[in-house]
Design a protein around this ligand. Structure first.
Ligand code: IPM
Ligand code: MN
Length: 351
């Protein structure tokens, strides 16, 4: 019996999480496992009512669950940064989810804006460091509001943090066993402190423990170009927090859009959290038009992390059959089905 904490969150989060849970319920009975849901109403509405973002007691409870299933964070009435930092980043940091795993896979029947590329060419995974870099909040400002104002935001890269991320990426590449190529994405020509550390650690670890994995390096700007020009070059990418954030939005676009892009915030030794990466999309909230596939795929990733590999594969197969045979488009309002009908189609396709 697994304990899964569910945080539907803001905007379209609750709608897509409903469909994700519908699919989890169905696959649980087919694959023969049980889980208990623990619902949390964290997010913009609760913050507006009570001023609470992430009470300590909730963080402590979340340490005891098997996984967390998150909808979306971000509310139009709350100043940007408050919920993102106070809830999403606080969970990632608080639970030491040091990996952000984001598969970029074009499913059959899904349109990509990249000409002449299909599911064979667009199939790679980004391993984003998730607790360091520019995201630590290190820095400060001076003389704010004056012409002499100074703003400093520091990228923090620790040997320990970089190493554990690289190790995860090497292991993941080995397990994936596609072309056994791990590409470090950085900016060694300008960020000569940060990416010097990354590059040395990358080659040291690779040479010592992963002789079977081919090591490549690409600058982050060139990587954006390759995503569009030759996405088939990538198998697994490892990169820092900020670059990983940026390139995975581009990755989401080439795999058919935010409607299908899922990610996991992973602590391999602790509690991991899975989410559609698209955000709360407030303009579509409550309309039943948002695409729930990203949330459903995030649920599949959650199952994989629990060790329910068969159930995870069933979910992915079902999603692929729905994209191949049913949906007109993956965009909100253009799917040819409502949010909840798409959830039903996936359940049907589970067989
Ligand atoms: C993401 C998001 C977050 C990030 C924001 C909402 C803080 O863009 O998950 O990619 O920057 O990590
Ligand atoms: Mn992002």
């Amino acid at each position: 019996m697994y304990k899964i904490a569910v945080l539907p969150g803001d905007g379209t989060g609750p709608e897509v999480i409903d469909e994700g849970l519908k699919v989890l319920d169905a696959v649980a009975s087919k694959a023969g496992f049980k889980y208990e849901k623990i619902m949390y109403d964290l997010g913009g509405e609760r913050y507006k009512k009570t001023g609470e973002i992430l009470p300590d007691s909730v963080l402590e409870e979340l340490r005891t669950v098997d996984a967390i299933y998150l909808g979306a964070i971000g509310h139009p009435d709350v100043k940007p940064g408050i919920l993102e930092k106070g809830l999403l980043l606080a969970l990632r940091f608080g639970l030491d989810q040091y990996i952000n795993l984001r598969p970029v896979k074009l499913y059959p029947g899904v349109e990509t804006p990249i000409k002449d590329k299909g599911p064979n060419e667009i199939d790679f995974v980004v391993v984003r460091e998730n607790t360091e870099g520019l995201y630590t909040g290190t820095g400060g400002s001076l003389k704010k509001g004056t012409p002499d104002e100074v703003a400093i935001q520091t990228s923090v890269n620790t040997r320990k943090g970089v190493e554990r991320c690289l190790k995860y990426a090497f292991e993941y590449t080995k397990k994936r066993n596609k072309t056994n190529t791990l590409t470090l994405v950085g900016k060694t020509n300008v960020l000569t402190h940060a990416f010097d550390l990354w590059e040395r650690a990358f080659h040291e670890i690779g040479e010592k423990d992963y002789s079977g994995i081919k090591r490549e390096y690409a600058h982050v700007d060139a990587t954006c170009m390759w995503f569009v020009k030759n996405p088939e070059w990538f198998d697994v990418i490892v990169t820092d927090n900020m670059f990983g954030d940026i390139i995975t939005d581009l990755g989401a676009m080439i795999q058919g859009g935010m409607g299908v892009a899922a990610g996991g915030n992973i602590n391999p030794e602790g509690v991991s959290m899975f989410e559609p990466i698209g955000g709360s999309a407030p303009k579509y909230a409550g309309k039943g038009v948002i695409n729930p596939l990203a949330a459903i795929c995030a649920g599949g990733m959650l199952l994989e992390t629990l060790g329910e590999d068969k159930a995870a594969a069933m979910v992915e197969q079902a999603v692929m059959s729905v994209t191949a045979n049913k949906l007109k488009s993956l965009s909100a309002g253009k799917m040819g089905y409502s949010t909840s009908e798409v959830g039903d189609l996936v359940v049907e396709a589970l067989g």
